[in-house]
Design a protein around this ligand. Structure first.
Ligand SMILES: [Fe+2]
Length: 245
């Protein structure tokens, strides 16, 4: 894919999801740090921008489902995020907690980092459950209402939060917080590398945590870089339509 150093990280992944693997391989954050240009993110981490651009150039243009996210209507994206990512988070928490408890009980003495991971995961769980509930009760229904209004030439629906920019800013800040806790878990586990003496449950747990992180990155990317810009644009468009009427 053809990418310039001025292109933003999030937009690049929005165009072609395979770019996320390149950014991940350099430790560049494509979801919460998605608003930075490739050049700015590289210079912050003292990474050779040219190398990253060369790797991005090797990626084939995509023709699978990921290419369509950008073309999906915001109301469909909302449904997809809830059914795919919110459901995954809710369903995977109890399994991870169960495995974490087993690992802490059996290996906590020799691997005290597992108890720290447990504390972090509890924080992450509480933050995410609270965050997703807010999205599902406030922001997402409003985005769907705006889509319905636009399709049916109705006036922009009244919002208890003023402009949609306000809840979006709040959700982005919460994404940043979740990203920080997830990063802490990644650091504590040495990027989910089980120790040599790890039992099967220990290894499964680290795989599950890695999967949880991958899902969270994609989830936040879809919201920060695709859904939220679409919602802001939709609100602007509706305001313009009704200003001219
Ligand atoms: Fe979110």
């Amino acid at each position: 894919m053809l990418v310039q150093k001025e292109n933003k990280i999030g937009e690049t992944v929005a165009k072609n999801f395979r770019a996320s693997k390149v950014f991940e391989s350099y430790g560049l954050d494509f979801c919460c740090g998605g608003k930075k240009s490739i050049e700015a993110a590289c210079s912050e981490k003292k990474i050779d921008t040219g190398k990253v651009l060369a790797d991005l150039a090797m990626i084939q243009d995509i023709n699978d489902i990921n290419a369509h996210y950008q073309n999906w209507e915001p109301d469909f994206l909302v449904e997809y995020i809830i059914n795919n990512h919110h459901t995954y988070v809710t369903n995977s928490i109890s399994t991870i907690e169960h495995h974490l408890q087993k690992v802490v009980n059996a290996h906590g003495e020799r691997h005290p980092e597992t108890a720290q991971v447990q504390v972090c995961f509890t924080d992450l769980k509480n933050e995410l459950l609270d965050h997703m509930a807010k999205e599902e009760k406030m922001l997402f229904p409003y985005i769907k209402k705006m889509c319905f209004a636009l399709k049916n030439t109705l006036e922009i629906p009244a919002a208890p939060f003023g402009t949609v920019e306000n809840p979006i800013k709040m959700m982005e800040a919460e994404h940043d917080n979740a990203g920080i806790v997830m990063k802490e878990i990644s650091t504590l586990t040495d990027s989910y590398t089980p120790p040599a003496d790890a039992c099967a449950t220990f290894r499964v747990l680290y795989n599950e945590l890695q999967e949880f992180e991958n899902d969270l990155h994609m989830h936040v990317h879809l919201e920060n870089n695709i859904l939220f810009p679409k919602a802001l644009l939709l609100e602007k468009k509706m305001n313009q339509i009704f200003e001219t009427l």
